[in-house]
Design a protein around this ligand. Structure first.
Ligand SMILES: C[S@@+](CC[C@H](N)C(=O)[O-])C[C@H]1O[C@@H](n2cnc3c(N)ncnc32)[C@H](O)[C@@H]1O
Length: 293
């Protein structure tokens, strides 16, 4: 399966792309609009657009650093790719990019510089986690070195390809709830909104912006009222299942396989106004009964 995103993303859902493509076929959504209010690495969105399933995509993330990266891909691709090709991948450079990244919350740093610093740390930090340490450690005495995930030419090719589609990619940097409230007004019938909010349990470790129970509840209320097809994924815990009680749901696993596997799984998807295709890895779910299944 081809990956189009240049970002490594903790909890990234790129492997759901074949499943979402099936949803597009099965629900007659082809050439429609695909929306990801918590875009992160946007792996699914990019697969759908670049492989001709979605006509346009709307991606949003509240994290200004993540937004700055996507903004640079869409608006300054030449500057960004040149910077990727020319910058040395060293511990000294890592320290410099980390300084820029940290100053970005207080100082008026231009968006492309924040975007590059975000990208640099994403590709040189352990597991792509922006607050984690450097691959190989500061002394570079680990089994993998700082450049282990920094294949410049492949990454530049991905960015150039995405930039060609800039006219069909709408980018935003807002709270998901406000973003959905606005975007839903302009969506045609053939649209799918897929929400992948911060995990209930591990969110705090992985992302700068994590969610309280109230935030999870608010977004559940918003999703359940949508008129268009929608889908939400989470870690499979009873506190979240309660919020989606009565909705269709499906347990799944994505960790170790190229496809998702329907199971009692670690993860769960809730969905509405959608039919799930009967493929080996997805079938129409039961109603969620407020217990983790
Ligand atoms: C689970 S990750 C999404 C990963 C994404 N599905 C992927 O495949 O890469 C959750 C994302 O939501 C963003 N986020 C957190 N709180 C948010 C909010 N209130 N509104 C919009 N985005 C938010 C985080 O910055 C993070 O990028």
């Amino acid at each position: 399966m081809r990956s189009f995103t240049p970002l490594r993303y903790p909890g990234g859902k790129g492997k759901l792309a074949p499943f979402v493509k099936d949803l597009f076929r099965y629900n007659n959504l082809r050439d429609g609009i695909y929306v990801e209010p918590y875009a992160g690495g946007a792996g699914v969105a990019l697969s759908l657009l670049l492989e001709g399933y979605a006509g346009e995509i709307y991606i949003n993330d509240i994290d200004r650093a993540v937004y700055a990266f996507w903004w640079s891909v869409l608006n300054e691709p030449e500057w960004l790719t040149e910077k990727i090709l020319q910058t040395p991948i060293t511990v000294g450079e890592w320290q410099e990019q980390k300084r820029i990244f940290e100053r970005a919350t207080t100082d008026p740093i231009p968006l492309p510089e924040i975007g590059f610093a975000t990208f640099f740390l994403n590709r040189t930090n352990r597991s792509g986690i922006l607050k984690a340490g450097i691959i190989g450690g500061k002394n570079q005495d680990g089994p993998f070195k700082i450049d282990a995930r920094f294949n410049r030419h492949d990454l530049v090719a991905r960015i150039r390809l995405i930039a060609k589609y800039a006219g069909r990619i709408h980018l935003d940097n807002r709270d998901a709830k406000d973003f959905i409230a606005e975007v839903k007004q302009k969506l045609p019938r053939r649209s799918l909104i897929y929400c992948d909010p911060p995990y209930y349990n591990k969110g705090k470790m992985l992302y700068k912006n994590c969610y309280t129970m109230e935030d999870h509840r608010d977004i559940a209320l918003v999703m359940r009222e949508l008129d268009c097809p929608w889908m939400v994924t989470y870690d499979n815990v009873s506190q979240i299942c309660e919020l989606y009680e009565g909705c269709s749901c499906e347990g799944f696993e994505i960790a170790y396989s190229a496809h998702i596997k329907r199971s009692r799984g670690e993860e769960i998807m809730f969905y509405g106004n959608l039919e799930l295709p009967s493929s080996p890895y997805a079938r129409k779910g039961e109603q969620c009964t407020s217990r983790a299944i």
